[in-house]
Design a protein around this ligand. Structure first.
Ligand code: TEU
Ligand code: CA
Length: 566
């Protein structure tokens, strides 16, 4: 029997909140240039208030040349021209706070843009005072300093003729990694964080924060099928990462009442207990990636590129492990969707016209009734789906484009048809098609030409149609959010897995004091035997995505939540 940790759980506003992630480029365009902007977000605050979310996490809005759509920052204290001005940001922040909604910024400090003044100086000469803001190494035998691969194809090292050395970039060539060993870099980061906290923001999502400390020997990594080495053993949760985050906490975070969530690709349970330690000396929570990586199992073509879909029993085992292992020692984040992931109803549910709505509601129930802070990615609350890529011309994301050039053009290891099928399944651009506001041209996102094509299904799937429909995915998310605000057991109750070997039904209980919440979700399009709700137990049905429950079974994609008091 799981130890009852619920009563000891210290309360915090960010544990009780529901977070909504906005990818500003694709959310709402107010000035007709085809690109989302801050004024567009401000104009949609009434919609977000209607949905009931407590916090907006904005993907980066700082000045950027947009090599990686803002995750390559050239000025941390200025707003990206595409998105507007600092006055627009101040207007958004004030309006959100007036609406009772907090704003969390995306902190990208593992790397900057190569157009940041620090890097422009750093590459001028080996003696430049900014040289050691970045990671420069001489080549080895006329080649890169080691065999590490970049996440965006090719080597993680770029030769710079000006000084005859290579600089490290775990992501694109235009995203040179900062050297966190340099205390001046850490001072700069803490200063810019303080600048935003003093403006009144409410927290940070920290981009690839698990990568900021590198093994200073920079040894070769285990060789992958594409011939490059994997940097993970030497960069993920590196030797000084917790020292740095505890310093960041002492110097900045502990001076404000903030939500902090670290994006920690590759994080293990043991490491997560350190990043999200409940004594508050580092971060509040982390995003782990095990469950979203499951799609890369069966049918994986190369690296992340796959036509495979995750299987519920594997996803359940992972999520239940994170529930069980963090209980009482660290706080979970809960997500299935974000700007880097395919749409969850397409990946984990069933986006066919017959099952899309019901399976989207089922997935939302299964996630939102768990213990942790839930994250909703823009459009997930509408049941937005993956799109279709007819050619490379439909792609905007450098991750896809670079992969195409490497695996289709250069190495010819994947045919164009297969790569397009992989893009349809897992490309990040699936999450970056414009928010579908209504059935008018461009889904009401822009009066101009959208920077990326709108998903053609916007006439059937859009906010205007859903807000007034009590049976819509939007209305269902509204109810889930309202339940979390109403019932402490959903936030703080102990998590107890049920039916852990059932091939179709994902079920669990939550316990708090004399209350018991019973949650059961059929992840398949077939009726599944289930007697969990059969015994006469009284209780109150809190939410379900079907009309009437059938004794002894769960209908296809049925989700049901019952509350009992003993
Ligand atoms: O993503 C980090 C990361 O792990 C990504 O490589 C992600 O796992 C991968 O793209 C999934 O296919 C963060 C940001 O969320 C992402 O948008 C940025 O491109 C990346 O860091 C670099 O800043
Ligand atoms: Ca715009």
């Amino acid at each position: 029997m799981q130890e009852n940790t619920a009563q000891k759980e210290p309360r915090a506003w960010w544990k009780e909140a529901v977070i909504y992630q906005i990818y500003p480029r694709s959310f709402m365009d107010a000035n007709g240039d085809g690109i989302g902007d801050l004024a567009g977000i401000t104009s949609r605050l009434p919609y977000l208030r209607e949905l009931g979310v407590d916090v907006l996490w904005l993907s980066p809005v700082y000045a950027s040349p947009n090599d990686d759509n803002g995750y390559d920052i050239s000025d941390y204290r200025a707003i990206m021209k595409d998105f507007g001005t600092m006055a627009d940001f101040d207007t958004l922040l004030a309006a959100a706070h007036r609406a009772g909604i907090k704003i969390v910024m995306d902190l990208v400090v593992n790397h900057t843009s190569d157009e940041h003044p620090w890097f422009i100086e750093s590459r001028r000469s080996k003696e430049n005072p900014y040289r050691d803001y970045y990671i420069w190494r001489p080549g080895k035998d006329g080649k890169e300093p080691n065999n590490w691969a970049s996440c965006f194809s090719g080597s993680a090292w770029q030769y710079d003729a000006a000084t005859g050395e290579y600089y490290l970039h775990l992501f694109s060539k235009k995203q040179p990694d900062l050297n966190w060993e340099n205390p001046k870099v850490r001072d700069e980061v803490y200063d810019l964080m303080t600048f935003w906290c003093d403006k009144g923001i409410d927290g940070f999502r920290m981009d690839v924060i698990s990568l900021i400390s590198k093994d200073q020997r920079f040894p070769d990594g285990p060789v992958k099928p594409d011939g490059y080495g994997d940097f993970s053993p030497y960069c993920v949760s590196g030797p000084r990462v917790h020292e740095y985050l505890q310093e960041m906490n002492r110097r900045v975070l502990s001076h404000y009442d903030l939500l902090t969530v670290g994006e920690a690709a590759g994080v293990t349970i043991e490491e997560a207990k350190k990043y999200a330690r409940s004594d508050g000396k580092e971060l509040g929570m982390v995003f782990q990636f095990e469950h979203v990586g499951e799609g890369n199992g069966k049918g994986s073509i190369i690296e992340k590129w796959t036509t495979g879909k995750p299987k519920m029993p594997k996803v359940r085992a992972i999520l239940n492990k994170w529930q069980r292992e963090l209980a009482g020692c660290a706080w979970n984040s809960l997500y299935l969707d974000n700007h880097d992931q395919p749409r969850c109803v397409s990946m984990f549910g069933n986006d066919s016209p017959r099952w899309r709505v019901r399976s989207a509601k089922m997935l939302a129930t299964c996630l939102h009734m768990q213990k942790g802070t839930p994250y909703i990615y823009q459009g997930e609350e509408l049941g937005m789906t993956n799109t279709q890529f007819r050619s490379l011309a439909d792609c905007r994301d450098l991750e896809e484009i670079n992969a195409w050039h490497e695996y289709v053009d250069e190495q010819q290891r994947v045919t164009p048809e297969t790569m397009l099928a992989c893009f349809d399944n897992v490309a990040r651009d699936n999450a970056r098609t414009p928010m579908q506001w209504d059935a008018s041209e461009n889904a009401g996102f822009t009066t101009g030409t959208p920077w990326i094509a709108v998903n053609p299904n916007y006439r059937e799937i859009n906010a205007a149609a859903e807000i007034s429909d009590p049976d819509s995915v939007f209305s269902y998310y509204q109810r889930l959010i309202a339940l979390r605000h109403k019932y402490d057991i959903i936030v703080y109750g102990d998590f107890l897995p049920l039916l852990e070997d059932d091939p179709a039904v994902y079920a669990y209980e939550r316990r708090l004091g004399n209350e018991r919440l019973l949650v059961a979700c059929n992840w398949t399009e077939h009726e599944a035997p289930c007697t969990l709700f059969d015994a006469p137990m009284g209780g109150k049905e809190l939410i379900t995505n079907i009309g009437a429950h059938k004794k002894g079974a769960l209908l296809p994609y049925e989700a049901r939540v019952m509350l009992f008091e003993s």
